[in-house]
Design a protein around this ligand. Structure first.
Ligand SMILES: O=P(O)(O)OC[C@H]1O[C@H](O[C@H]2O[C@H](CO)[C@@H](O)[C@H](O)[C@H]2O)[C@H](O)[C@@H](O)[C@@H]1O
Ligand SMILES: O=c1ccn([C@@H]2O[C@H](COP(=O)(O)OP(=O)(O)O)[C@@H](O)[C@H]2O)c(=O)[nH]1
Length: 661
C-alpha cells in the first residue's frame, strides 16, 4: 500500500467528491433509511480505489431531504459508510436535470446544445447555469467543513467544474485533482457553450486534470488554447505562469469482485437457470443506462437488420437488453425511452412468435449477482455507445467470461475501444450494416479465435484495475504538486542557447508560427470573447524577422484570409489561412491548396517525421500526434519544398523553426 505522507503506516487522507455518493438513500419510514449501492460506472470504478486511502466521500445522497431532523438521521447513517451528504434541496432539479444532464452532458458527448424551452421562464439556460454554480458552492461548503490540512481532494466529473476554482479561492494550498468520466469533445463543439471560458478557467485552477483517453485530453488542451489563448504543452496547460498538469488515466474495474462472484453457488444457480431458459439459443447481451449516448436504438436497428438478412438465425438467437432507468426528469431521456420501446415492439412484432421473442427488454436495474450470471452466460456482448467516456460494462463482461470466452462487439466511440479494441470487434454504431455483420461474425466465431481475443482483453482487465487507476492519479497529484511548489510553473524547455546558436549560423531560415495563442494577446471584450489582436510586445521582433532577407516567416492559422490580411498587412510575411487551405506569399497574392491534390499520406508518417528522420538534428518536440500541426506542415512541405531543410519545433504551441543545412 502507498503511504504518501512519509510516515509509516499512516494512510493518506483523501476526500472523493462526486455528484453521486457510492450509496443512495431510500426512505423506509420516519427518519429511517436504507442505503443501496448507486448505479453507474463512476461508482463502480471508485469502489475499487477506496481501501488504498483513508477515504471520505462527499456527494448527493440520491434523495431530497428538507427537514433538519431527517437530514441529521441520514447523515448519521451515511457516516458509517464514510459518506458525507450534500443536501441540494430545491437547487437539485435545475442543477442536475437542467445544467448537468440537459446542457453539459450532450455537449460533452458531441450532441450539441438542446433547444431551449422559451415557454418555461423558470428553466432557461441562465437559471440552470446559476443553479449549477450554486450547487458547486454547496459542495464547497461541505468540503470546507470536513477538510483537514494535508487532505487530497479528488473532484469528479462535469457536475463540479466550478469547484476547483472555488476551493483554490478559499485555500490555495489544497491539492486538487479533477477527473472527467465523460468524453471531452472537439473545440468546435465545446465552443458553442455559453460560459465556456468560465468553465474552462475554473477547471484549470486544479493541479491535475485527468481524462480516460489521449483523444479527450488533447481535445481539452486544444479547446483551452483556442478559447482561452493559453499555452498547451504535452505536459499540461500554462496560464499566466500557473501550470495545470493534464494527463491520461484510463479507469478500470475490480476484476476479482466479478471473478469471485461467478464462482458463488447462488450465481452458478442463476447461470444454470438462465441457460435452461435460453436453451438452444445464443444470447446477445446489452447492459446500459437508458441514455441517448448508449446507442440502444442503433443496437436494435443493427439487430433487426441481422434478423432480416439471416433467416436461419431467427429462432436461434435472443437479445437480452437491461436498460437501467436514469435521469427520468430530463426530457431527452424520456424521448429515447419512447423510441426504444417503439423499436422493441416493432422488432418483436416482425420476428417474434407465440413461443419466442427476439428481444427481451427490461426497463430496470438488476442486482449484482444476477448481472454477473448474465455476463457469464452471454455469447456476445453488444455495446453500441454513440459516445462513452469509458464503458465499464465491457470490462465487467470480460471479467465474467473466463469459462465461455464470448465475443465483445464494441463501439469505436467508447473510451474502452482504446483499451479493449485488440480483442473486440469494433463497430461504428451509426452503420447498421456494420453492426449486423459484426453480430454475425461474433456468433460464428470459432473457439480458437474467441480464446485468443479473450486472453488479450482479460489480461488487460486484470492488470488495469480501478485500484491502479486511483493509485496512478493520486500519486501523480502528489508528485506534481511537490514539483510545482519548487519550480512554480512547468518549464517550457526552450533550449534558448542552442536555438540562438543555430539561428545565427544559418543563412536560410524558415520560421513558422501559430497565430492564435502564439502571437495574439488574450484580450477579452465584454462578452468574454477573445478579440484577435497582435501582442504589442511581439510586434517589433516580428517586424525585424520579416525584414531579415535570410529569414522567411510564415503564420499558420485557422482564421480566414481577411482577418490575416488585416492583421499582418504591414509585414513582409507568408500567411496560411483556414488551416492551410489558402496560402499567401510576401507579394500578397493568395493561392488555394486544392484538396484533391493534397497528399494525405502524412497521417501515417506524421509520427515518423517528428521522431525519425530528423532526430539526430535537434528535435525538441515529440508532438507527433498533433495532427493538425503536422497536416499544415505537410502542406508546406509540398508547397514550398522544405524537404531539404532540417527542422526544429520548439516546445510550446505552434512554433516550428526550419534551418536549411
Ligand atoms: O449519476 P448518474 O447521473 O445516474 O449517471 C451515472 C454515471 O454516468 C456517467 O458515467 C461515466 O463514468 C464511467 C466511469 O468512468 C464511464 O465508464 C462512463 O463511460 C461514463 O458515462 C457519469 O460520468 C457519472 O458521473 C455518473 O455517475
Ligand atoms: O442494473 C444495473 C446494471 C449495471 N450497473 C452498473 O452500471 C455501470 C455502468 O457503467 P458504464 O461505465 O458502462 O456506464 P455509465 O452508466 O457509467 O455511463 C457498471 O458498473 C454496471 O455494473 C448497475 O449498477 N446496475
Amino acid at each position: 500500500m502507498v503511504s504518501y505522507d512519509g510516515s509509516c503506516g499512516k494512510r493518506q487522507r483523501l476526500l472523493v467528491v462526486a455528484n453521486r455518493l457510492p450509496v443512495s438513500a431510500k426512505r423506509t419510514g420516519e427518519n429511517t433509511w436504507s442505503l443501496e449501492m448507486s448505479p453507474g460506472g463512476l461508482v463502480s470504478g471508485l469502489l475499487g480505489v477506496a481501501d488504498e486511502f483513508e477515504t471520505k466521500w462527499v456527494g448527493w445522497p440520491g434523495v431530497d431531504v428538507y427537514d433538519a431532523a431527517e437530514k441529521n438521521a441520514l447523515s448519521k447513517s451515511l457516516a458509517e459508510m464514510k459518506c458525507i451528504p450534500v443536501f441540494l434541496e430545491e437547487v437539485f432539479d435545475q442543477y442536475y436535470n437542467g445544467y448537468c444532464n440537459g446542457v453539459l452532458w450532450p455537449i460533452l458527448h458531441h450532441m450539441g446544445l438542446p433547444q431551449e424551452d422559451h415557454n418555461d421562464t423558470n428553466k432557461t439556460l441562465q437559471t440552470q447555469y446559476d443553479a449549477y454554480k450554486k450547487a458547486n458552492r454547496m459542495f464547497l461548503d461541505v468540503i470546507i467543513e470536513n477538510y483537514e490540512e494535508g487532505d487530497l481532494v479528488w473532484i469528479h466529473d462535469y457536475h463540479l467544474m466550478f469547484l476547483p476554482q472555488y476551493l483554490k479561492e478559499h485555500n490555495n494550498k489544497i491539492k486538487i485533482g479533477w477527473f472527467l468520466h465523460s468524453p471531452f469533445p472537439s473545440s468546435e463543439v465545446f465552443k458553442t457553450l455559453p460560459s465556456r471560458s468560465e468553465l474552462l478557467r475554473s477547471v484549470l485552477a486544479a493541479d491535475l486534470l485527468g481524462f480516460h483517453t489521449y483523444d479527450f485530453a488533447s481535445h481539452f488542451e486544444r479547446t483551452c488554447t483556442r478559447i482561452l489563448g493559453v499555452e498547451g504543452t504535452h505536459e499540461g496547460i500554462v496560464d499566466h505562469g500557473k501550470a495545470t498538469r493534464v494527463a491520461v488515466f484510463p479507469i478500470g474495474i475490480d476484476p476479482n469482485r466479478f471473478i469471485k462472484a461467478c464462482a458463488l453457488p447462488e450465481v452458478r444457480q442463476q447461470m444454470t437457470e438462465l441457460k435452461e431458459r435460453f436453451a438452444g439459443k445464443k444470447v446477445i447481451l446489452g447492459v446500459d443506462r437508458l441514455d441517448m449516448i448508449k446507442g440502444i436504438p442503433q443496437k436494435f436497428l443493427g439487430f433487426e437488420k441481422f434478423l432480416e438478412e439471416n433467416m436461419d438465425w431467427r429462432d436461434k438467437v435472443v437479445l437480452v437488453q437491461i436498460a437501467v432507468p436514469t435521469r427520468n426528469n430530463v426530457p431527452e431521456y424520456r424521448k429515447v425511452k419512447t423510441q426504444v420501446h417503439g423499436l422493441v415492439g416493432r422488432i418483436n412484432g416482425r420476428f417474434g412468435s407465440v413461443s419466442s421473442l427476439p428481444i427481451h427488454h427490461l426497463d430496470c436495474s438488476v442486482d449484482f449477482n444476477f448481472l454477473c450470471a448474465l455476463y457469464a452466460i452471454a455469447d456476445v456482448m453488444l455495446v453500441t455507445s454513440l459516445r462513452d467516456g469509458m464503458n465499464l460494462v465491457s470490462y465487467e463482461f470480460i471479467a465474467c467470461q473466463e469459462a465461455k470466452k464470448g465475443v465483445l462487439v464494441l463501439s469505436e466511440f467508447a473510451g474502452a475501444a482504446q483499451s479493449l479494441g485488440a480483442g473486440a470487434i469494433l463497430v461504428n454504431p451509426w452503420d447498421v450494416t456494420e453492426v449486423s455483420s459484426a453480430i454475425k461474425e461474433a456468433l460464428n466465431m470459432p473457439l480458437e479465435e474467441r480464446e485468443k481475443r479473450h486472453r488479450v482483453n482479460f489480461q488487460y482487465v486484470k492488470t488495469h484495475s480501478a485500484k491502479k487507476w486511483g493509485n496512478d492519479f493520486i500519486s501523480e497529484l502528489h508528485t506534481f504538486s511537490e514539483s510545482e511548489m519548487k519550480s512554480k510553473k512547468i518549464s517550457l524547455g526552450l533550449p534558448q542557447q542552442d536555438v540562438v546558436q543555430r539561428y545565427s549560423k544559418s543563412n536560410n531560415r524558415l520560421i513558422i508560427l501559430g497565430f492564435f495563442g502564439t502571437l495574439t494577446e488574450p484580450m477579452k471584450n465584454q462578452n468574454e470573447e477573445l478579440e484577435l489582436k497582435l501582442n504589442p510586445e511581439l510586434k517589433g521582433t516580428l517586424k525585424a524577422l520579416c525584414d531579415d532577407p535570410k529569414t522567411t516567416v510564415v503564420v499558420m492559422s485557422r482564421s480566414g484570409k481577411n482577418i490575416l490580411d488585416k492583421i499582418f498587412g504591414e509585414y513582409n510575411i507568408w500567411l496560411a489561412a483556414e488551416n492551410g487551405m489558402f496560402l499567401r506569399d510576401t507579394t500578397g497574392e493568395w493561392m488555394t491548396n486544392i484538396p484533391e491534390n493534397m497528399n494525405l499520406d502524412w497521417v501515417d508518417g506524421a509520427k515518423m517525421l517528428s521522431l525519425g528522420e530528423h532526430k539526430q538534428e535537434t528535435c525538441y518536440n515529440t508532438y507527433g500526434q498533433d495532427q493538425s500541426l503536422m497536416h499544415q506542415l505537410m502542406l508546406f512541405e509540398e508547397t514550398i519544398l522544405l524537404k531539404s531543410m532540417r527542422w526544429v519545433r520548439l516546445r510550446g504551441q505552434h512554433w516550428v523553426v526550419f534551418w536549411k543545412k
